[in-house]
Design a binder for this molecule. Sequence first.
Ligand code: ACO
Length: 386
Amino acid sequence: MGPGQAERTNMSETSRTGFVAGLEDVVAAETRLSGVDGEAGELTIAGFPVEELAGRASFEETIYLLWHDTLPDAGRLADFREELAVQRELPRATLDLLRAVAGDEVPAMDALRMAAGTVNPGTDEEEALALVARVPTIVAAYWRMLGGEEPVDPDPGLGHAANYLYMLTGEAPGAELTRALETYLNTVSDHGMNASTFAARVIVATRSDFVSAAVGAIGALKGPLHGGAPGPALDVVFEIGESSRAEEYLREKLGRGERLMGFGHRIYRVRDPRADVLAAAAERLYMTDGDRELYELALEVEQTALRLLAEHKPGRNLQTNVEFYTALLLHGLGLPTQLFTPTFAAGRVAGWTAHCFEQRAADRLIRPQSVYVGSKDREWVPLQER
Ligand code: ACO
């Protein structure tokens, strides 16, 4: 039995002590940033239903809203866009680091985690601005380096979302693609006390800095139970290839005890409202100028997966989560699967930094308890007697 298994056995016994596995249903903060109603399937972002905000706001407006709890007027928005533009360009240290790790073909999320750590210490406001501004620049520059190409400098005339696509491809995107990406970034900008946000808040609560919090949050987002699911979710659609194979393929996966990526959620017991927002954006994208066959195949895979999950876990109501349509939308935008999670980070960094401001104001160390379930009163055995 490995150490992990021993721990799990002990943990199940500790539920009598008040320990809640995974902190499920434990309230860890009060926040005005976003509220998730898992029973009703509703997400409120700084007062707006996600459906109201996501398709209308520019990403700059959403960041401003999260940070200041109000929408900017035209003057403030212009100033804020300018402040982001100034910060968007990468310093030499960041570029050097990215070049070094591109040589080793480090995965993009790891490169992002390392490069985010090169943001210089400053005030909370300076760090927040640099983090939000640079995540897309880091991801785009790194992706081009991996492909043996030179990074494309940001264009100060373009907004945040358009710049990301521009820096990836070297071509300014049209309005339709920019709108689709902004809808995505807004949709994932914040989501209650998700794992990466919690990680960020724990770090800032020690009076540490925002850069450290973002680095920790990126590490948490990377995992397949959080932000790492959309790439594998789309891979499944590609591997299935045609709808007649969906049932057999998914049954086999479930039979092997594997989870279907893009389905299920800790909080939502009904369909994730973000899935609907992204599904509508994906439909627009694929129906105007995209691979309709892939879109239709994905819908059929989704329906088959939902039917099989209902059989597999009756009563659990496993529904489509944000990651399934994230995969479809980001693929429609021309992004490779390796960039799905880094692009999630480009959206969620708005929420992380906003939570850092909130936690800074609360100024309360987050330090829960644990229950000791190990052995007691052991006596030291010298090496030669073990
Ligand atoms: N496929 C198959 N079975 C599943 C799935 C799934 N997608 N999701 C949950 N289950 C099963 C579990 O295996 C578990 O079964 P068990 O009781 O026999 O062990 C049961 O349903 C309950 O699942 P939990 O693990 O208790 O649910 P939890 O709240 O911890 O998990 C999670 C939520 C991690 C998202 C889970 O549904 C999952 O792993 N989904 C696939 C990965 C994924 O899509 N991640 C992205 C999440 S969205 C986001 O973070 C932005």
